[in-house]
Every structure is written in structure tokens, then in C-alpha cells.
Write a protein that binds this ligand. Sequence first.
Ligand SMILES: [Zn+2]
Length: 211
Amino acid sequence: MQIHTFPVSDGIETNAYFYIDETSHHGFLIDPAAEPEKLLQIIKDNNWIIEKMLITHGHFDHIGAVETLHKQLNIPYFIHENGKEYLTNSAFNLSSYFGDSISLNQAEFLKENDFVSLETDPHVKLKVIHTPGHTQDSVLFYDEQNALAFVGDTIFKASIGRTDFPGGNSQQLKNSIETKVFNLPDETILYSGHSDPTTIMAEKKNFKFFF
Ligand SMILES: [Zn+2]
């Protein structure tokens, strides 16, 4: 499994992640955050087949390229079922604060403990773990076999997600981190929306400073 990180920006820099099976060159794009033309060029240059887009949560700075890639590549996009309000309400996805109005109406919805698997190899799969707190639709996508997870804005290297946006709740975030994130094995690598990768072990040490 290959993880390729591309920071993209529409004012706020966010990590877009390509999760690629090196045998088939098929994979997923996690958080198509911005700069669709750049992401399309990367896909083309690498001869990747992106089967699905996965969204860790419906904030504008994680979904800015979804519509263009959905149209150009004709691929579906997935978000937690609580994400419907975020994708369709510009006050919830925060795009209205930046004079924009993102509204995405063709998402497919995920629930806790669903698996998202590759069409070409169903053994390649990510588990959906619901981690509300930063938003009500926040999830992490967990690859048990390769001991890694895409965590969006729930937790960062030496930091945690903000809870002052619509649907944010600091007690819920604390609970999600303690009972869901820290339930993963210590060596699990965490790929976040806005920081370098970290591990469960490292963040367990940092956590006591945040609450
Ligand atoms: Zn966010």
C-alpha cells in the first residue's frame, strides 16, 4: 500500500491523500480538499485509477475539489451519514464565511463499522470509525492490515480539532479520541488534515495537555 500526501490550498492548506494499491494502481482519494486541476494532473501523471473519494468530514477545506473530480472522473464520493447537512449547508461547511457556497448533493453515505473496499481487490479496505466532536460527521478511515488511519481534523500531530464550529462539541471530541482513536494499536500511523503524520503512541503522551 502506498500513501501519497499532497497539500492543496484554497486559502487554507489541507492534506489530500492518495491511498494506492501498488499492484493494481487502483485506489482512493481521501479529502479532495482544493485545487482539482492539480489533483487530476497527479492522477494522470501516475496512471492511477481512483475508484472512490472519501471525505473525513464536510468542512469546505476538505471538499473543495469534490465536484470537479466527480464530474471529470465519474467517481462516487462518500461521507458519514451526518455529513448530509455539512455538504448541503454552506453555514455548516463554512464556505459561506469565505463568500462561497459549496453544496454537494450526490454523496453516498457511510455508517460506523462500514468498510470501503477496492473494486479490484476487496481485501484492500478501510473501516469507518465515527469520531464526532470536531463536527458531527467526522470519521476516521482505518486500515488495520497496514496499521494506519486517516483522521481528518479529529487529531493532529501534537494538537486536536477545534470544536467552535457548527456541530462542534469538546466533550464529544474528548470522548471520541479516548474511546475510538486511542482504542487503535499504539503503532498506528495517523494521517491528519493539517499536520505531519503522527502515531497513537505519540498522541497519548500529548493528550493530557489538551483537556
Ligand atoms: Zn474541519
